[in-house]
Design a binder for this molecule. Structure first.
Ligand SMILES: C[S@@+](CC[C@H](N)C(=O)[O-])C[C@H]1O[C@@H](n2cnc3c(N)ncnc32)[C@H](O)[C@@H]1O
Length: 323
């Protein structure tokens, strides 16, 4: 589902192009006429389609996210009156503007670019990768910023080792087939002394048991079909919930029960409510994690200076400096 107008990304700066590597043979890539890349070693071509260089040949299991971010391109993007994504970025990464200013940052699973928007606003140079066609939306939303988007897979990233000062991934790696392997795959691309930050779904909450049950079926639906069903179901359950809350005595527990069994997002903004409910029911993979697990993964990578963010599960660690 292409966006109406392809994003216009500025040509990649020489230092960013210097970190691009061929996925097959590891050679440095050269740019081609079309804005894509060519490997001078093995001749593999990485085409530029719809304004984005593609390092995957399909969206694989992430097609629902491609649909979601094309459908809700700006819903969660900060603007003058709203700084909700910045609030989430602070709480889910424990990063501050001084950690990012002037740094080369990788946003893994950038979606439509809401967190890259915050990071560029804080003065970072950001590279965003996403397995889905969401990369197109991010490039369009961040046109004119210090931002480059690629369609690429966290398990096969087209970058030289030790390229980035900071790598963050928010709400992404639990949507891969192997969250632990995905977290550990990122270490390689981090400079010594650099920060690795991940935010994952919490394994401590149990309220989503029922959405997990329904998702076994809903993730198999075409995104368009599921979206059509939710357009009816979300307002229905939301209004039922609101109505029951007003009934004295038995109303609130009944509302709680309905919400437990048929969870829909309860934000005030109907569009945000639809987006987040679709995001719960559409992904094929959605694992949940604990601090104990994630700390063990970070320890295995030798990370130090560990911190946690305000919203679980947010873990930040530093790769030891050399020498
Ligand atoms: C819930 S969205 C989060 C997007 C963004 N980080 C945000 O919070 O707005 C998850 C994103 O992860 C991407 N994703 C899933 N698996 C991926 C993979 N293997 N490599 C890169 N991106 C992936 C999806 O395409 C999707 O855009």
């Amino acid at each position: 589902m292409p966006i109406t107008e392809p994003p216009v990304q500025s040509p990649l700066s020489a230092d960013l192009q210097a970190i691009l590597r061929c996925l097959s043979c590891g050679s440095k890539l050269e740019s081609d006429q079309s804005g894509g890349f060519l490997c001078p070693g093995c001749k593999r071509v990485y085409p530029n389609l719809q304004g984005i260089a593609r390092f995957v040949d399909a969206q694989h299991y992430a097609a629902s996210f491609g649909f979601q971010w094309h459908r809700y391109q700006k819903t969660q993007l900060d603007h003058d009156e709203l700084r909700e994504s910045e609030r989430h970025f602070l709480a889910k990464t424990a990063l501050r503007p001084e950690d990012l200013k002037g740094k080369l940052v990788l946003d893994v699973g950038c979606g439509m670019g809401r967190f890259a928007e915050v990071a560029t606003r804080w003065g970072a140079r950001v590279v965003g990768v996403d397995l889905s066609a969401a990369a197109e939306v991010a490039a369009k939303n961040l046109a004119g910023r210090d931002f480059a988007a690629f369609q690429a897979d966290v398990f096969a990233l087209p970058f030289a080792p030790e390229s980035f000062d900071v790598i963050y991934s928010i709400g992404v790696l639990h949507h891969t087939p192997d969250c632990e392997a995905a977290v550990k795959a990122l270490d390689k691309y981090l400079k010594p002394g650099g920060l690795l930050v991940v935010w994952l779904y919490s394994g401590y909450n149990k309220w989503y048991r029922f959405s997990d049950f329904w998702r076994r079926y809903t993730h198999k639906m075409k995104p368009e079909t599921l979206h059509g069903i939710l357009k009816v179901a979300v307002p229905f359950f939301y209004n039922l919930n609101q109505g029951l809350q007003r009934v004295p005595l038995l109303g609130p527990p009944a509302a709680g029960l309905v919400h437990h069994v048929f969870p829909v997002n309860r934000q005030k903004d109907p569009e945000a409510r639809m987006l987040d409910t679709f995001d719960w029911y559409s992904p094929k993979y959605q694992s949940k994690h604990t601090y104990e697990q994630v700390f063990k993964w970070y320890e295995a990578m030798g990370m130090e200076d560990m911190r946690v963010g305000e919203i679980s599960i947010a873990v930040r660690g530093r790769k030891p400096a050399k020498g």
